[in-house]
Design a protein around this ligand. Structure first.
Ligand code: SF4
Length: 382
């Protein structure tokens, strides 16, 4: 089957004029993470303000021997910018239909899984149940399928969320800036879009069909979201899909360039690693080990001390508890990654297996045990 050109825009996709992608790709290509020594790392650790060259050093193989020093400095920076606050949220999958063929994902359109979506009454019930846990922030997710999960459908879900939550994030298929504007007016605050890998060749190999195959449209999602009036945008790559050090560098640089272009934007990172998923239990989640995941997290904290860092339930409880306060500032709790599942039985299969099934109350307890403060509401509109 002839596949579409992954660098070409598909019908209806908005093209914006931006040089960010070009800058990220060209800089990532010349990044050689084996090219640094211990003295380079120590030099960066002695600096107060870091630039992109310093990020390269902190993500290098050489820096892996300095995790303790990085952690000490990162803890100070996190405390300086976030105090002892750790924000809590939960994701809600309202649909798992997907038109894309990502070879690494359980929702892949070629995978035979139970598909489903919540009707408005279900969405209301699920959100009401979640809100009883005290949470004030929710992340609404769908698979990536416009025909099943239209922008209007997502907009209605956001309006419902507004009844129960003060902060609403969305992790949906990339849309045009006017559609982001509509979703922002419905009540969405921030948008998460992960490039998965910034390596264009690898991107082409693992995104076989669907709208996601278009690399540049996905890349420019955060800019379109900010043009549409969103308050914040999240960045990340799926660590383990390609060369994780280059991908981590590209995501960091991408975020930095967007911050410089849109200084008002709230920037955050997520650092997902590959997880086993339905119909593919062979997938090895250990390709990027915890030590390396921690290195990336600490490097981001030192490079962008004011950026939020989210730690998801892809990681085990012990690891999550250790990184809060050190680098991570936001943690999910009471998680279901199937469609619905908080109030009633799930209406569709799960996207991946989670490693930390703890309830909101249990995660709160773990935060307090570490001398930190669980925060349910971290933003007030006046
Ligand atoms: S990663 Fe996202 S777009 Fe790709 S198959 Fe999974 S849900 Fe669909």
């Amino acid at each position: 089957m002839k596949r579409t050109d992954h660098m070409e825009y598909q019908e209806g996709m908005e093209i914006i004029h931006s040089d960010v992608m070009e800058k990220v790709i060209s800089d990532m290509k010349v990044y050689d993470y084996t090219d640094y020594r211990a003295s380079d790392v120590l030099n960066v650790l002695s600096k107060e303000y870091l630039n992109k060259e310093d990020l390269k050093v902190l993500l290098s193989s050489a820096a892996e021997d300095f995790l303790e020093d990085m952690a000490k400095k990162a803890t100070i920076e996190t405390r300086k910018h976030f105090g002892n606050s750790i924000c809590l949220f939960t994701p809600l999958y309202i649909a798992n239909y997907c038109e894309n063929e990502c070879v690494y994902c359980g929702f892949n359109c070629k995978n035979k899984i139970n598909r489903g979506k919540l009707v408005y009454a279900d969405i209301d019930r699920e959100m009401k149940t979640i809100s009883k846990s005290g949470l004030k922030e929710i992340l609404i997710l769908t698979g990536e399928c416009r025909s099943q999960s239209s922008v209007e459908y997502i907009g209605e879900a956001i309006k419902t969320a507004k009844k129960y939550f003060s902060t609403i994030g969305i992790e949906i298929y990339p849309v045009n800036s006017d559609e982001y504007e509509y979703l922002q007016k419905c009540g969405a605050d921030f948008v998460s879009v992960y490039q998965e890998t910034y390596d264009m060749d690898k991107y082409e190999q693992v995104h076989l069909s669907g709208s996601k195959r278009c690399y540049p449209y996905r890349f420019n999602s955060q800019e379109r979201a900010l043009m549409g009036g969103m308050r914040g945008v999240a960045f990340g790559s799926l660590l383990g899909l390609s060369d994780f050090r280059k991908d981590a560098y590209a995501a960091g640089l991408h975020a930095d360039l967007i911050r410089k272009k849109y200084p008002h934007a709230e920037i955050s990172f997520s650092l997902p690693r590959l997880r086993p998923y339905i119909n593919n239990a062979e997938n090895n989640p250990n390709d990027v080990h915890e030590k390396q995941l921690l290195q990336v997290m600490l490097a981001y904290r030192l490079f962008m001390p004011y950026a939020g860092i989210t730690i998801s339930t892809r990681e085990r409880a012990g690891f999550r508890d250790n990184v809060i306060g050190m680098a991570a500032t936001k943690i999910s709790a009471g998680v279901s990654v199937g469609v619905g599942g908080h109030e009633e039985e799930m209406k569709g299969d799960e996207q991946f297996e989670i490693s930390d099934p703890r309830s909101v109350r249990e995660v709160c307890g773990a935060i307090i045990e570490r001398g930190l403060q669980p925060v349910y509401r971290d933003y007030i509109y006046v």
